[in-house]
Design a protein around this ligand. Structure first.
Ligand SMILES: [Zn+2]
Length: 128
């Protein structure tokens, strides 16, 4: 299977699971694999209809689904987070990112789930 075929299948499966979980029309409008100049790489899952409240209530399930999705794309699920739209109830995206050393240090320094107003951490695996 090509990378785009894998993304397409994964997108569809995750959307179905999120809709079943939340019992409302959540859309995954785009799933993008990325690589950044700093060395970070991963996947951005852009959502519509997902709200901060859903994360709060169904965090455990959403973490599990995001982990499965990430593994399905062969991306180590070491750093999972949601990107919020500050000042609104909206979740803009779910993300799995394999952090480069520098970005890892930046995130590892912080504590709690909300190191920044636009970031809600679902999982950060600490390095030795
Ligand atoms: Zn980085």
């Amino acid at each position: 299977m090509t990378i785009t075929e894998t993304l397409a299948r994964n997108r569809g499966e995750l959307e179905v699971k999120m809709r079943d979980l939340l019992a409302k029309p959540v859309f995954i409008i785009e799933m993008d694999a990325f690589a950044l100049p700093c060395g970070c790489k991963g996947v951005t899952i852009n959502t519509r209809g997902l709200q901060y409240e859903d994360l709060d209530i169904f965090e455990e399930h959403i973490r599990k689904y995001l982990k499965e999705s990430s593994e399905g794309l062969e991306i180590e699920p070491s750093f999972l987070f949601a990107r919020l739209v500050p000042g609104t109830a909206e979740v803009a995206s779910l993300n799995s990112r394999v952090l480069c050393n520098r970005c890892y240090m930046d995130f590892a320094r912080g504590s709690g789930k909300r190191p920044r107003p636009d970031i809600y951490i679902l999982n950060l695996t600490r390095r030795e």
